[in-house]
Design a protein around this ligand. Structure first.
Ligand code: GBH
Length: 483
């Protein structure tokens, strides 16, 4: 006779009970029994972390580095929280070996970092500072020695202050291309993945229209449109320069915080509306880069304020890319309507839940729709897609025992990775994920008041401590599934 223990009996009763609910048949889940591996990622999926030069390096005046617009801005009273600057930040300039060990301990296979343009060209162009380039050589060597593949962003907002007019000047786009060419010529034998720029809107509109980021200006629409044009032109000329200076097999892309529209409901008409919204909402940046031309609707809307475009510009801007990086944090919602454009953006109620930074509204489906919209619209233009940033700030508290129990960050990451899994399992070419960020760091205008790291940094001692989220991410990487 088969003897059933009380425990087994209890389980089978629970399983039977789970099979119907209010008369509705439910998939039979054998409660408490091993389930098929949930949320497993494709084999070879690349797990990584992301950082940016001005946010982590410090060493602002070391070894001949020239000032950037962010040095100037953060040293201007009233511009950043508490007057915080990137003078020291995480001091990764000196502690990079420690940081590589953190990466190694997590088990990541890729690391996204950026380079400080004014370390290599202290005034943005002309004379090279060899010591600046040497630093990046050391970092790259250290990564490679630890089996971590570097993905390098050439520019993450730290424009050299020596470039007259900054992004108002077309010469800055050209200087950027020269910098890209020079660096990749010297590092291109070791580094195979390059991104030109990070988040166009943040160093154009936020710097020159809203004024909350460096250089803190509030210019009019014609000037802003021209600045946007210089930014995408820099990307395009940068792609050309990188290709011209690197061996075959080099992969070139960019990292863009495309505005993500989720359909308000997953029905055909709203899905179509979200797709249209993605095209229109990203008009001057990603849409123009991937189409190789400004949308007619954008040009008409801007009228006399539209950018002045020179011959050859659009060809450079539309240069084919090998991969697209998208930085995704937050959703917007679109619905179909009868307007000529065919969609409308839903207003966000004040009750929409958000994380510690008020702008990080919690809508994890944004990472699925971000990937899907872009791939559905631009299919063959986007052979591969990476999440080049995703993460959140949290009101982290370091306990006397040295723990940070950032369960809200873990919740945020788990839900986003669940939604990203949906995109990967539907066949979208998602190749990897870079968590923002490896370390707490200089969060731009928010200074050190908003921590985004999975490692806690004591900004006085510079000690790094893994948070709960680091432990969770390590586990997720090891099992290649959402834990
Ligand atoms: C990314 O930007 C950046 O690439 C990265 O450097 C940064 O550390 C990370 O996100 C986290 O912020 O305060 O309401 O005025 C994301 C785009 C643009 C989002 C500026 C926050 C300010 C909103 N960011 N925005 S608000």
């Amino acid at each position: 006779m088969k003897v059933i223990t009380r425990r087994q009996f209890g389980k089978s009763v629970a399983a039977a009970a789970a099979a119907t609910y209010a008369g509705i048949a439910l998939p039979r889940l054998a409660l408490g029994e091993p389930q098929p591996a949930p949320l497993e990622y494709p084999k070879g999926f690349l797990w990584g972390c992301a950082t940016a030069s001005y946010q982590i390096e410090g060493g602002a005046k070391d070894d001949g580095r020239g000032p950037s617009l962010w040095d100037v801005f953060s040293h201007t009273p009233g511009k950043t929280h508490n007057g915080d600057t990137g003078d020291v930040a995480d001091d990764s300039y000196h502690l990079y070996k420690r940081d590589v060990q953190l990466l190694k301990n997590l088990g990541v296979s890729v690391y996204r970092m950026s380079m400080s343009w004014s370390r290599v060209f202290p005034t943005g162009k002309g004379e090279v500072n060899q010591k600046g380039l040497d630093y990046y050589n050391r970092v790259v060597d250290e990564l490679l020695a630890n089996n971590i593949t570097p993905y390098i962003t050439m520019f993450h907002w730290d424009t050299p202050a020596g470039l007259q007019g900054g992004w108002q000047s077309r010469d800055t786009s050209k200087a950027f291309a020269d910098y890209c060419g020079y660096v990749t010529k010297h590092l291109g034998d070791k580094v195979k993945h390059w991104m030109t720029t990070n988040e166009f809107i943040c160093f154009t509109d936020l710097g020159y229209k809203e004024g909350q980021f460096a250089p803190g200006l509030k210019l009019g629409p014609a000037q802003v449109n021209q600045i946007r044009h210089h930014a995408i032109l820099a990307h395009g000329l940068g792609v050309e320069a990188i290709r011209a200076n690197t061996p075959g097999g080099t992969q070139v892309g960019l990292a863009e915080n495309a505005i993500v529209y989720c359909p308000v409901m997953e029905t055909a008409e709203h899905i179509e509306a979200a797709r249209k919204a993605t095209r229109d909402g990203n008009a001057p940046f990603l849409t123009t880069v991937l189409d190789g031309k400004y949308p007619q609707s954008y040009l008409e809307h801007e009228g006399a304020n539209a950018p002045k475009v020179e011959e050859g510009d659009m060809k450079a801007i539309g240069s084919p890319i090998d991969f697209l990086g998208v930085n995704i944090y937050v959703p917007l919602y679109a619905r179909a309507d009868n307007s000529p454009k065919g969609w409308a953006e839903e207003p966000m109620p004040s009750s929409f839940p958000h994380m510690f930074s008020p702008w990080i509204n919690l809508g994890p489906e944004c990472i699925y729709w971000g990937v899907r919209n872009v791939c559905d619209i631009w299919k063959e233009k986007v052979p591969a897609i990476y999440i080049t940033e995703n993460g959140t700030s949290s009101d982290d508290v370091l306990t006397p025992e040295g723990h940070v129990e950032d369960v809200d960050r873990v919740m945020y990451l788990r839900n986003h990775l669940t939604q990203l899994h949906r995109a990967a399992s539907e066949g979208y070419p998602v190749k990897g994920y870079f968590l923002w960020s490896l370390l707490d760091n200089f969060e731009w205008a928010d200074g050190y008041s908003k921590r985004f790291g999975i490692h806690y940094v004591d900004f006085k001692t510079l000690k790094r401590t893994p948070k709960l989220s680091a432990e969770w991410y390590k586990q997720t990487i090891a099992s290649n599934r959402v834990e």
